[in-house]
Write a protein that binds this ligand. Structure first.
Ligand code: FES
Length: 91
C-alpha cells in the first residue's frame, strides 16, 4: 500500500507516518498511539487498530497474535454526555 493511504480516519494519520514510527523503533500500538494519536479518535481505534497492528507485524516479523493490542480505555463506545449527566445515584 502507498504511504499516502489514510489508516486512521479519525486522526488523519497516514500509513507513511506509521511506517516512519516503526522505522524509528516504536513497535507497539501504544507507542505509536502516543506519537500520532492513532486509536484516540471517536471510534477509539475500531477503524485503525487492526491495520496498525498488521503493519507492525509486517515490519517486525512478529506474528499478529503475539502483538499486544494496546490499551483500551473506557468508554469503549461513544456515549452521549446527556446519558451520563442524567444518571442519578442508585441508577
Ligand atoms: S480510525 Fe483511528 S481512532 Fe478512529
Amino acid at each position: 500500500m502507498d504511504d499516502d493511504v489514510i489508516v486512521c480516519r479519525c486522526e488523519e494519520v497516514t500509513l507513511g507516518e506509521i511506517r516512519k514510527c516503526i522505522e524509528a523503533g516504536y513497535t507497539t500500538f501504544d507507542e505509536i498511539k502516543r506519537l500520532l494519536r492513532v486509536g484516540m479518535g471517536p471510534c477509539q481505534g475500531r477503524g485503525c487498530r487492526e491495520i496498525v497492528l498488521r503493519e507492525i507485524s509486517r515490519a517486525t516479523g512478529v506474528p499478529l497474535e503475539k502483538l499486544h493490542p494496546g490499551t483500551f480505555r473506557p468508554p469503549a463506545k461513544p456515549v452521549l454526555l446527556k446519558l451520563l449527566a442524567e444518571e442519578k445515584e442508585g441508577d
